[in-house]
Design a protein around this ligand. Structure first.
Ligand code: ATP
Ligand code: MG
Length: 254
């Protein structure tokens, strides 16, 4: 039976789609059957980052409303064997989908896949509530700025209050030089402030955006440090202990 991971953020544009698509490839390349569910109803873009936009025939709403079977809607990713994607509908609102049907689809996916990664829309709205009952784990993706961190903290509190879920955090777009000169908070400090365990720290790199322009996700970008950071996160999801780079740790951990 597979495990479901929600990728969430309080503020938009923090890197949920970049990291969930990348981790889908990374976990599949480790031999784990992985499926990514694009839950950003109305604003899907995981297919674009994976260069699959011309392969999508059916989406989540077609499965929910029984216009096709689940296997018919799954698209297999060329970048990694064992990695499939279930796309979001583009012409619907999150409230138009039936939560119970969505939960049944996720349960069905868990029978066939080791990891079900759900790329959620930003915020605390219906897009999140459509899926939060299905999750074993939640990963809050945040950037190091105060607005994003505060929204992440709020989201974490809400998940605990409503669903008794303790999310872990990926800090994305961290800049080690800004941390060294004291302009950006140390990842360990942000983790302490939000009361979320750090699952990973991904550096900021122009190569990630360059890859996006070519319809490629961060794991396929030219940035070695980004690729290594994502590989370390995939290991930690698998329960393998990986040390954090020095600038991510608290002073007492040196
Ligand atoms: N580590 C990184 N370094 C540089 N740019 C990044 C990094 N991660 C993501 N980005 C860029 O940030 C932008 C937003 O990324 P992405 O679409 O993954 O965010 P999101 O959280 O899914 O957004 P939304 O809330 O709209 O769904 C993209 O232009 C992406 O290329
Ligand atoms: Mg997104």
């Amino acid at each position: 039976m597979g495990r479901t991971y929600l990728f969430l953020s309080g503020k938009g544009g923090t890197g949920k789609t970049t990291l969930s698509t990348s981790l889908g490839i990374a976990l599949a390349r480790k031999g784990k059957r992985t499926v990514l569910v694009d839950a950003d109803i109305g604003l899907r873009c995981a297919d674009l980052l994976l260069g699959m936009e011309n392969d999508i025939l059916y989406d989540l709403s077609d499965v929910a409303e029984m216009r096709c079977t689940l296997p018919q809607a799954l698209v297999h990713c060329r970048e990694a064997q064992g990695f499939s994607v279930l796309s979001a509908p583009q012409m619907m609102k999150p409230s138009e989908l039936d939560k119970l049907r969505l939960a049944a689809i996720i349960e069905e996916l868990k029978l066939d896949y080791d990891y079900v990664l759900i790329d959620c829309p930003a915020g605390l709205g219906r897009g999140l509530r459509n899926f939060w009952s299905t999750a074993e784990e939640a990963i809050v993706v945040t950037t190091p700025d105060d607005a994003s961190v505060r929204a992440a903290e709020r989201l974490s509190q809400l998940l605990f209050e409503k669903k008794n879920i303790h999310p872990r955090m990926i800090l994305n777009r961290a800049d080690r030089l800004l941390v060294r000169v004291g302009e950006e908070q140390r990842p360990s400090v942000i983790s302490g402030r939000t009361d979320m365990q750090l699952l990973g720290v991904v550096p900021d790199s122009p190569d990630v955006y360059r890859a996006l322009l070519k319809h490629k996700t961060a794991l396929l970008s030219d940035s070695i440090s980004v690729r290594h950071a994502i590989a370390r996160i995939a290991d930690r999801i698998e329960g393998i202990e990986r040390r954090f780079p020095r600038y991510c740790r608290s002073q007492s951990q040196f």
